[in-house]
Write a protein that binds this ligand. Structure first.
Ligand SMILES: [Zn+2]
Length: 339
């Protein structure tokens, strides 16, 4: 996933920063596994994969994945025996020809698995997103997203009966009413809104500590396009009218089932009214200058000396598309990609 170079690299930077558009190599993207859609309905093929000497299982809980560290960080491949339910296997796909299955470490029937990590260790998906190589990072997101869907969809949404795994893990079927259910992903728009003059709109949600801000985000509503959601969410959360939304990049965000659709949009900062936080959702929304944001883009353990709003500005972690969009905007000298 690559963001094209800034269309006008000769335009002057707002604060003397050279315009550059580093590619957004987003964590939690880039899985290269073959999802084996052509094999999934063939029980004999699945039995053959279960017998494959190269077959392995990856483990994850609701918020952690099992990794190994040698010779470099990777998702830990464990033998199948004792680690999966062969009657309802969840096949991730073929990794360089080797069948890879998934095991839920939160499954009560596999309660010993979470403590029995063998040669591996459990890390959060956010940590894994930064530790693992790109393809493994994307595979970790797939693993957590798929297991999370199975964990939360054991019963039929139509009649309430227990459902069974089908298509080797890419569907569930209700034996009572016959309904089929497929893994769902919830689209969320997340948007960097700037005023064209080197200021960006950031918000602090209820529950976030003072000083922690990010760009605005929200779920796409039924019957709505992502572009419409960008404009609606910006207005709801900040009372600011944005326009010209432009899609930039996306990122799976299985906490538990989101797909982040990253946008940039513009808005006028002018007028006497400052941004107004949405009651019940946002504590603060405010414009921040390029210099203020750049100061906060240093190492995460080095808080910036910014006293805007309610304390030193702290930005989202490097694993998030929010932070990647902010860093790209800073690297371009406070320009949107199309400005
Ligand atoms: Zn049913």
């Amino acid at each position: 996933m690559t963001v094209p170079a800034h269309p006008d690299s000769r335009s002057p930077a707002l604060s003397g920063v050279a315009l550059a558009a580093p590619p957004l190599a987003l964590p939690l993207t880039g899985a290269t596994i073959d999802r084996a859609s052509d094999l999934r309905d063939d029980r004999n093929e699945i039995l053959r994969l279960l017998d494959d000497p190269q077959a392995a299982v990856l483990g994850a809980s609701a918020d952690r994945v099992l990794i190994g560290d040698s010779p470099r960080p990777h998702l830990l491949r464990r033998p199948l025996a004792g680690n999966i339910n062969p009657h309802q296997p969840i096949l991730l796909g073929l990794d360089a020809g080797a069948p890879l299955f998934a095991a839920d470490l939160d499954d009560p029937e596999a309660a010993s698995q979470a403590s029995d990590t063998g040669l591996g260790r459990l890390v959060t998906l956010r940590e894994a997103g930064l530790l693992l190589p790109q393809a493994e990072s994307g595979l970790a997101a797939y693993l957590v997203a798929l297991l999370g869907w199975h964990r939360n969809h054991r019963f039929c949404a139509r009649c309430g009966s227990p459902t069974r795994v089908r298509q080797a893990g890419l569907a569930r079927r209700c034996p009572s009413c016959g309904a089929s259910h497929f893994p769902r992903t919830d689209p969320v728009v997340i948007m960097l809104v700037d005023d064209g003059c080197g200021n960006v709109l950031l918000g602090r949600r209820i529950g976030w500590e003072p000083g922690r801000f990010s760009i605005l985000a929200g779920y796409v509503a039924p019957g709505e396009t992502p572009e419409e959601a960008v404009l609606r969410e910006v207005h709801e959360e900040s009372a600011v009218r944005a326009h010209a939304p432009r899609y930039i990049a996306s990122q799976p965000w299985p906490f538990p089932a989101s797909l982040m659709l990253g946008y940039e949009a513009s808005a006028e900062r002018g007028g006497a009214q400052p941004p107004r936080p949405q009651p019940g959702e946002m504590v603060e929304v405010a414009w921040f200058s390029l210099d203020e944001v750049r100061e906060a883009t240093g190492p995460e353990d080095r808080p910036a000396n910014n006293e805007h709003a309610s304390g030193a500005l702290r930005l989202p972690g490097q694993v998030s598309i929010a932070r990647q969009l902010i860093d790209a905007w800073v690297a371009r000298g406070g320009h949107r990609l199309d400005s």
